[in-house]
Write a protein that binds this ligand. Structure first.
Ligand code: GLA
Length: 349
């Protein structure tokens, strides 16, 4: 690994040029071959099937995949007790055929639930039993083909309050503990995560999450890691804030997943000018994230996952209604300075 890294470093600087001061680089060496931890990407099985440029990048650059949507409750249990695994299984087959790990995302959330689940009526025990059926059926179905899971996604508000989602309203805060226990019963080998956004940007949220999961861990509940989504901007949150959040999580002994990385440039919304300066900043931010991640003790480095392949595939422009370019590859599937920043962060150590 060491020799490969230094050879690559030479090559990297040989092909880098400073035209307009924007780093340029080629992507003919796999990102994952340069890292001592898994490098993941969120994927869509539909793109994998229909878009060869997209598929080639996923196959060549990454060694872990997170299903962007097809493992969510609306996809897997569209009707009550009527599970639909065909598309998810095709993604697992793709992963197996290409030697990629799969990170399961996500068992419980407040979004992308089937309408029957949103409208479920029952007493607390019936809610728990409905939750149990979903978690156990899904986790058991994939068995050890899916070795890690986001068990609960986004259960806290930015101010540290519990989010009043359907699980909280009908079961109370104990749903978090139960969800992890149920997932663990269904697959005792799986690494189980709590995943959320703004963990670095909102210290109160980070504190509330850590207090809660520290308490559960001390009680023996099988929660192994915290996923920081890291949907961030070129300028915010600050380096300090990201480092502080990561340190706090590391100090509690959890594994750390940078689980949904994208770096937006357009803070003010609407249209924007795509400048060399913004592209360069984005590359520097990606390098910073890579440096911060690699400072985590090795046994707590779960991996870094990018939330999509190219700017064309990002959820951000359509979701927020703003022009943006948040990912490693441009719309022609060429590597951007953000890719170069990742590469530099991985090779410079
Ligand atoms: C959240 C979820 C992801 C995805 C993104 C938007 O971060 O965790 O699954 O839906 O929003 O694409």
């Amino acid at each position: 690994m060491k020799i490969q890294k230094s050879l690559f470093l030479l090559l990297f600087f040989a092909v880098s040029c400073t035209k307009n001061d924007i780093p340029t680089c080629v992507d003919d060496v796999a990102l994952f071959s340069l890292a001592d931890f898994p490098i993941g990407v969120a994927v869509s099985p539909f793109e994998l099937e229909s878009n060869s440029a997209y598929r080639q990048i996923v196959v060549e650059q990454f060694n872990r995949i997170t299903p962007g949507n097809v493992f969510k409750p609306d996809a897997l249990q569209p009707l009550e007790n009527d599970f639909s695994f065909e598309i998810a299984d095709s993604l697992v087959a793709f992963a197996n055929a290409n030697g990629k790990q799969i990170h399961g995302h996500t068992l419980l959330w407040h979004n992308q639930l089937p309408s029957w689940m949103n409208n479920f009526s029952g007493n607390r025990d019936e809610w728990i039993s409905m939750m149990e059926t979903h978690i156990k059926t899904v986790v058991a179905h994939f068995g050890n083909q899916v070795k890690s899971w986001d068990v609960v996604n986004e259960a806290f508000e930015d101010n540290g309050d519990f989010r009043a989602n359907i699980w909280y309203q009908n079961i109370g805060e104990e749903y978090l503990k139960l969800a992890f226990e149920l997932a663990h019963e269904a697959n005792p080998d799986a690494i189980l995560f709590y995943n959320d956004f703004n963990i670095a940007a909102k210290p109160k949220k980070c504190e509330a999450i850590l207090n809660h999961f520290k308490k559960l861990k001390n009680e023996g509940v099988p929660v192994h890691g915290i996923g920081l989504q890291l949907h961030i901007f070129n300028a915010t949150p600050s380096e300090n804030k990201i480092e502080n959040a990561v340190k706090a999580i590391v100090n509690e002994g959890f594994q750390v997943h940078f689980s949904e990385i994208d770096i937006s440039m357009n803070l003010s919304g609407g249209n924007m000018q795509l400048t060399d300066n913004k592209l360069q900043k984005q590359g520097e931010r990606m390098k910073l994230l890579t440096d911060i991640f690699q400072n985590i003790p090795e046994n707590q480095q779960f991996g870094m996952t990018i939330w999509g392949v190219s700017d064309l595939d990002s959820w951000i422009p359509s979701f927020f209604g703003r022009e943006d370019y948040p990912l490693l590859y441009d719309e022609n599937y060429e590597p951007k300075p953000m890719y170069c920043g990742f590469l530099e962060g991985l090779t410079e150590r």
